[in-house]
Design a protein around this ligand. Structure first.
Ligand code: EPU
Length: 428
């Protein structure tokens, strides 16, 4: 159970970003040499990516927050269905494998609970670099010697972080110059550029929509520090706001959470940028605000569910519109079970603020929805039993300890009930 905990107060440190480390692990496939990555969050998606690399014949050692990856002369070229089906981000081994080994077979990622997530942009980009791509028995099969090209990577909903990463990684070892237009500008893409440059790649334009890569013959190992997780930082900012507390998030990058800070201020939260930290204070009931998710530097889709939990109890009507994943609203039904008043209209959710939510048993349908339900539970008037924590564990390493440090009362237990599928731990 997560107990109604009153205003959260204190300081917590933010961990390394899951969405930064996953493509960086894949980038290690571009060299035979050892790379050392620091500040790695211990989340299940990282363990999954480690298994994918091991399956390819790569040595991976995880020592607390330090990851050591030694590819050597690995011979694998296939990422199998068993692993890819569990984590869509594993598709980002496609570009590095193709560039280093000359061929790659990656299981086609299936449907995803947050809606359709095509990989056409990944394939289009790699084809432009000269790869022959086919689909065989549920696998993308890519082969060929790569050369530089001009590639436009815009999809129906804008840019794609992992497609940009895949094409960029492949281009580092291609012959000649590649220019990616409509590249994703997310901080994780910019940090992947930093890692590739540390490996000896020649890449310019990090953090802008045009990235230029001059191919080199080979890359070497590198040492790299993972950037702070802006979604975890945002979740903790929202935890401070939803409980009307005062919370300092140490290590949060103000520039990376600017879109959230702007919306929180609009809602009546005091957000102060300190030296290397962000402070959030919310003394009063908040006001409704409209939020539209967009590629960076717009409001992140990964905080759409968490901010909905906050707006569920704000004064007035908020409209939340999803421009990245128009189907990413599974949390609406669970928040409504807690007493929220939220109606889905196409790619928008209309949130009528209610004075308070009430604690009931709820089940997390996906990672960010799980975070949203934790936030809602902190502000509810009764204890909440949250199941489906395996989703939370994919992307948050310490959320429960962090919240406890701020004064929240919550505990993780095995619940021996029929409601609890196959021993999945719940917070009780
Ligand atoms: N898209 C296409 N074609 C493609 C690829 C993407 O049209 O080939 C579209 C998608 O339909 C979507 C948009 O582009 O509208 C971006 O989606 P995509 O699936 O490419 O996102 P991603 O790069 O695979 C990363 C994060 C996601 C985050 C999105 C958006 C990682 C490992 N994952 O995914 O994180 O939501 O960017 O910011 O970096 C999460 O952490 O909970 C999560 C889902």
């Amino acid at each position: 159970m997560i107990q109604p905990s009153g205003p959260l107060r204190g300081t917590v440190a933010v961990g390394g970003a899951k969405n930064d480390v996953l493509p960086i692990m894949a980038a290690c496939l571009l060299t035979e040499e050892t790379s050392v990555i620091e500040g790695v969050p211990q989340v299940s998606d990282v363990l999954m990516m480690a298994d994918i690399l091991r399956e390819l014949g790569v040595a991976v050692e995880l020592n607390g927050p330090q990851l050591t990856i030694t590819p050597g002369r690995y011979s694998g070229t296939t990422a199998t269905y068993d692993l890819v089906s569990k984590m869509r981000a594993s598709v980002c081994v496609l570009g590095p494998l193709l560039a280093k080994q000359g061929e790659a077979q990656v299981s086609i990622p299936g449907g995803c609970v947050i809606g359709p997530r095509p990989i056409d942009l990944h394939l289009k980009g790699l084809q432009a670099l000269g790869a022959a791509i086919s689909s065989e028995h549920g696998y993308v099969v890519a082969a060929g010697l790569l050369h530089g090209a001009r590639v436009h990577l815009a999809g129906a909903h804008g840019s794609s972080v992992l497609a940009t990463g895949n094409v960029m990684m492949a281009a580092t070892l291609a012959e000649g110059t590649t220019v990616i237009e409509q590249a994703a500008c997310e901080p994780e893409v910019a940090d992947l550029v930093a890692f590739l440059c540390a490996m000896g790649a020649r890449v310019e334009g990090a953090g802008t929509p045009v990235i230029r890569i001059d191919g080199v013959r080979q890359l070497h190992g590198a040492r790299h520090q993972i950037i702070p997780d802006r979604i975890e930082a945002g979740t903790l900012m929202l935890a401070g706001a939803v409980t009307h507390g005062e919370v300092v998030i140490d290590g949060a990058r103000a520039d990376h959470v600017a879109a959230l800070s702007e919306k929180l201020r609009e809602a009546g939260v005091e957000v102060d940028v300190l030296d290397g930290a962000i402070r959030v204070r919310a003394p009063r009931r908040l006001s409704a605000v409209d939020v539209t998710t967009l590629p960076y530097p717009g409001f992140p889709t990964d905080l759409q569910a968490p901010i909905m939990a906050l707006l569920a109890t704000a004064q007035g009507v908020s409209v939340l519109t999803e421009k990245i994943y128009p189907e990413r609203f599974m949390h609406v039904a669970e928040l409504n079970r807690m007493g929220a008043s939220i109606a889905r209209e196409g790619a928008s959710a209309i949130v009528k603020g209610v004075p308070r939510l009430s604690g009931v048993p709820v089940t997390a349908p996906d990672l960010r929805a799980a975070a949203a339900l934790v936030l809602a539970a902190l502000a509810a008037d009764h204890q909440t039993e949250l199941s489906g924590l395996e989703h939370l564990d994919r992307g948050y390493q310490h959320l429960e300890e962090q919240l406890r440090q701020l004064g929240a009362v919550l505990e993780r237990v095995e619940i021996p009930s029929a409601r609890q599928a196959e021993g999945v731990p719940g917070w009780s």
